[in-house]
Design a protein around this ligand. Structure first.
Ligand SMILES: Cc1cc2nc3c(=O)[nH]c(=O)nc-3n(C[C@H](O)[C@H](O)[C@H](O)COP(=O)(O)O)c2cc1C
Length: 204
């Protein structure tokens, strides 16, 4: 049975576009794969902290240093997040644009799942993703403005960053669905509906 890892990052719990798209995808996934395991993390209500200094040796693939002030707890959380990622076949992420980038909550999650010799390595100087093969990421991006065409593409730091971030740890299959122009009274609803149609057309 497949395992689905779901990450929510919208600050808006009532009418979020990305939460809506994500929930629809999860419903379809579970209908297509009854009995699948779902791991759901709301990084807003249960945030992952910024990286703790005690984690630096693990992140760099060095032996952990002993510290009496709780390094075990921070390593346990990081270990859990990595195990969840390793176990997932599909990772679905709702990523509203905040100041041209993903939320700091999502960036903190990424910081925790990057670990040398576990999720990536430099082999003969070449960066190599170490996650088990065959995983895919589905990313729902929502933004007030429109960034997918023209000059504004240069200031979208979400899609290039997320593609690079997952490729680095070994996930090459990344689908991005965007609901743009959410600040426009004329365009918001049609953009949201178009994105929803794309979700309905996704293969799970
Ligand atoms: C703190 C904050 C920062 C934002 N920054 C941007 C931005 O840089 N560019 C943009 O187009 N929209 C920006 N927005 C608008 C959101 O991206 C937009 O409302 C999006 O639909 C939110 O997704 P959600 O409905 O899933 O919460 C920002 C919104 C918030 C709350």
């Amino acid at each position: 049975m497949p395992t689905l890892l779901v990450l929510h990052t919208s600050l808006n719990s009532a009418s979020s576009v990305t939460r809506d798209l994500t929930a629809t995808f999860v419903k379809r996934f579970l209908a297509d794969h009854p009995g699948a395991t779902t791991i759901e993390r709301d990084l807003v209500t249960e945030p992952v902290p910024h990286l703790h200094p005690d984690l630096v040796p693990s992140v760099l693939g060095l032996a952990p240093t002993a510290s009496p002030d709780g390094p075990a707890a921070v390593r346990t959380l990081a270990d859990t997040l990595i195990e969840e990622l390793e176990s997932a076949d599909t990772i679905v992420i709702g990523a509203p644009m905040y100041n041209f980038m993903v939320s700091s909550a999502l960036k903190a999650w990424i910081d925790h799942v990057y670990r040398a010799k576990r999720t990536f390595a430099y082999i003969d100087g070449v960066p190599t993703g170490l996650l088990p093969p065959g995983k895919k990421v589905i990313l729902f991006v929502s933004s007030g403005g429109a960034y997918s065409e023209g000059a504004a593409r240069a200031i979208d730091f979400i899609e290039p960053f997320m593609r690079t971030a997952f490729r680095f740890i070994g996930i090459l299959d990344i689908t991005v669905i965007r609901a743009e122009s959410q600040a426009s009274l004329e365009a918001a609803n049609s953009e949201r509906s178009r994105a929803m149609q794309e979700v309905m057309a996704l293969s799970t």
